[in-house]
Unconditional design. Structure first.
Length: 153
């Protein structure tokens, strides 16, 4: 009888953890602030090598962070729907900063892990040309872990 209980626990515990994790991701994607930021340096030919489109988010003049270069501290970018309003250490975040993108500084640039998006093979986005006014739509939850929703050509 005790072996059956252990086997049931061994199967249900990982499933419960996965369902909780997926529920958190779904909640963050549906309830976060919608932010659109410009992107640059993307190449549609990257899609020939795989299904991920790589790009760089332009954070404006707040996006450079040489003061915090290559540190293990979290760096935050306070955001409003279409712009970054403040940048600095997450420990020094201003009181009015409700929504922020959390990341690290690498080589003087802010990196939050939102530099690529999966493009399905039958998606119309596979064929859009490089465009100077391209933007990325993000969902930014209160946790600071931004999620890429779509590319706007």
């Amino acid at each position: 009888m005790s072996r059956n209980w252990k086997a049931l626990l061994a199967v249900t515990l990982p499933l419960a953890i996965m369902v909780g994790w997926l529920g958190q991701l779904f909640y963050d994607r549906e309830t976060g602030l919608v932010v659109e930021l410009p992107i640059t340096a993307y190449d549609p030919r990257d899609l020939l090598a795989g299904r991920y489109l790589q790009f760089q988010v332009v954070y404006g003049d707040k996006g450079d962070c040489p003061k915090y270069e290559m540190t293990s501290k979290w760096v935050c970018q306070c955001v409003e729907p279409n712009k970054v309003t403040w940048s600095g250490s997450c420990d020094e975040k201003p009181a009015g900063c409700e929504y922020f993108i959390r990341g690290h500084c690498r080589y003087g640039r802010f990196s939050a892990g939102i530099d690529r998006i999966y493009i399905a093979e039958n998606s119309p986005q596979r064929n859009f040309p490089p465009n100077e006014s391209a933007r990325v739509r993000l969902r930014v939850p209160h946790s600071g872990r931004a999620l890429v929703v779509e590319i706007i050509p």
